[in-house]
Each structure stands twice: as C-alpha cells, then as structure tokens.
Design a protein around this ligand. Structure first.
Ligand code: FES
Length: 276
C-alpha cells in the first residue's frame, strides 16, 4: 500500500487531477478493466471508491487517477511517494464485459476519461473497432489524449469553450456518429449529467449502452445499501452488481439526488479544514 510514484496530470483553474502508482501486488495480479478499489487515507477518514486505471501484474503496481474535489481526494492528493495508505481493498465490482462486439464508441468526460482507458485497451485487444469521444471544459483540462490516440481507431475531442477539438458536448458528436453509421456498443464514464445524455441519445438509435456508475459507497460489499441504484425497475447495488449498468435502464433522477445527499456536509468539512 506504499505510494511509489505521484504525477500531477493537471493543475489548472482550481482543477487538480493526480495520478498515484501504488504497490499492491495482490490487487494488481487479479484486477480486470472496469473494476475499482476502496481506500482510506487515514484511520478516521471515509472510504472512497476509485476505478483502477492500470494494473501492472509484473511489477505489482496499480494506478489511480482522481480529481481532488472533496475532503478525502484532497487528503489523498497530499500524499507523496513513500507514504502509505491506511487501507486499500480490491479489486471490487464486476469487470467490464470484454469481447468482440464489432464497432464500439467510448465516451469519456472529465476525469472519467481515465476510466475509459483500460476498457478501450481491452476492447481493442479483443478485436473491436474503437471510436473515442473525449469531452472536457477546455483544452487545459483534457487528460490522456495521447494514450487514447494510441488505442483508438478514431478519436474526437469536444470542449465546452471550443479551445480544442470541436466546440460542444460529447453527445453532439455521439449523435452525429450514430446518425451516419451503426455501432454495436457504447461505453460511457463521466459526470452523471453526461452519462444520462449519452443514454438518452443512444436510446434513440437503439444502441446497447453501458455506463460505469460512480454512486456513493460506504462498505462496498453489498451490506450498507448506500450505493443503491434503480435499473430497469430493479434495485441494484453499484458495488456488487456494477459498476457497469445498462444506461437505458438507470433511474438517472434518483441517482442524481442520492449523489448530492452529503454535499452540505462535505462543504462543512472543507470549511472546518480550510486548505484541505
Ligand atoms: Fe454499501 Fe454498496 S457500498 S451496498
């Protein structure tokens, strides 16, 4: 659980995205694309889930990429090589289904781009034609473009302000592609509003869509019910049934509400520990 390497991927306009490489041989040896880990920075801290971006089985090292947004991710971002985590559990969740689907579009937004990378690599290896749509607020906030260019057959970049690629949303490009050609699978990770729009657009074109949900989690073993989501009228737990779900079946309004439930307390903690 020792941190081996730290890289600040982005630190622009108050948005800091950090990569940590962590010694975790047991997790690295078993991890598959789409799975996640739970970690605690300190004994009295909360547990947070983070998707595995890479697992080097030979070196026994896992890589995590996260945006320093709340109290715990900011605390995590303060750790340096040589520091150790209080706890680390994984790999958790079901791996993403990897097989030859045919033509696949991966849509990543913000820090979710880091999470589509291992899935894109595995789907490419399985013989799929990979189209990637990456979205960020502006050019400076775009991450892992080079890595995804190496993997994808086609790549499209969308920025909210038009400072790079095309101006607009990932779903504008998705709609354009789906209106011209038939695709066999869409896989999306990013902010909930983006995944919700991806699912709405792809439903119009009747294209299978998987989304990796970032529901709030506490124990990540299916015991607490915190990560409950409704999918096609059934109650599912993101930690043990997911994190990938059929985007067309997700109750997005409920998920949005549940993920905001602790936002007041989060602000309160950040105010109590300014600069954290
Ligand atoms: Fe508790 Fe999933 S985090 S049931």
């Amino acid at each position: 659980m020792k941190i081996i390497n730290k890289k600040i991927i982005n630190d622009v306009g108050g948005v800091r995205i950090t990569q940590l490489d962590i010694e975790a041989g047991d997790i690295a040896s078993k991890a598959l694309p789409g799975q996640f880990i739970m970690l605690m920075v300190s004994e009295k801290g909360e547990r947070i889930p983070l998707t595995l971006v890479n697992a080097d089985k030979n070196k026994g090292i896992i890589s995590l990429i996260f945006q320093e947004a709340g109290f715990t991710t900011k605390s995590l971002g303060k750790l340096n090589p040589g520091d150790t985590l209080y706890s680390l559990v994984g790999p958790l969740g079901h791996p993403t289904e990897i097989k030859k689907f045919g033509k696949v579009i991966l849509v990543g937004g913000g820090v979710g781009i880091a999470e589509i990378l291992p899935v894109a690599q595995a789907l490419k290896e399985a013989g799929n034609h990979i189209t990637t749509i990456l979205g960020s607020r502006n050019k400076d906030l775009l991450i892992l473009e080079a890595e995804l260019k190496n993997t994808a057959d086609e790549i499209y970049i969308m920025t909210d302000d038009g400072s790079y690629g095309r101006k607009g949303f990932t779903t504008d490009m998705l709609k354009e592609l789906l209106s011209k050609d038939k695709y066999d699978l869409i896989y999306s990770v990013g902010p909930i509003p983006m995944m919700k729009r991806v699912a709405l657009v792809s439903k119009e074109y009747n294209t299978k869509t998987l989304v990796s949900l970032n529901a709030l989690m506490v124990d990540a073993t299916g015991m607490c019910g915190c990560c409950r989501v409704s999918v096609s009228g059934e109650v599912k737990f993101s930690c043990v049934d997911g994190p990938d779900f059929d985007g067309h079946g997700v109750d997005w309004e409920e998920l949005e509400k549940r993920n905001k439930v602790y936002s007041v307390q989060e602000k309160h903690i950040c105010n109590l520990f300014p600069g954290s």
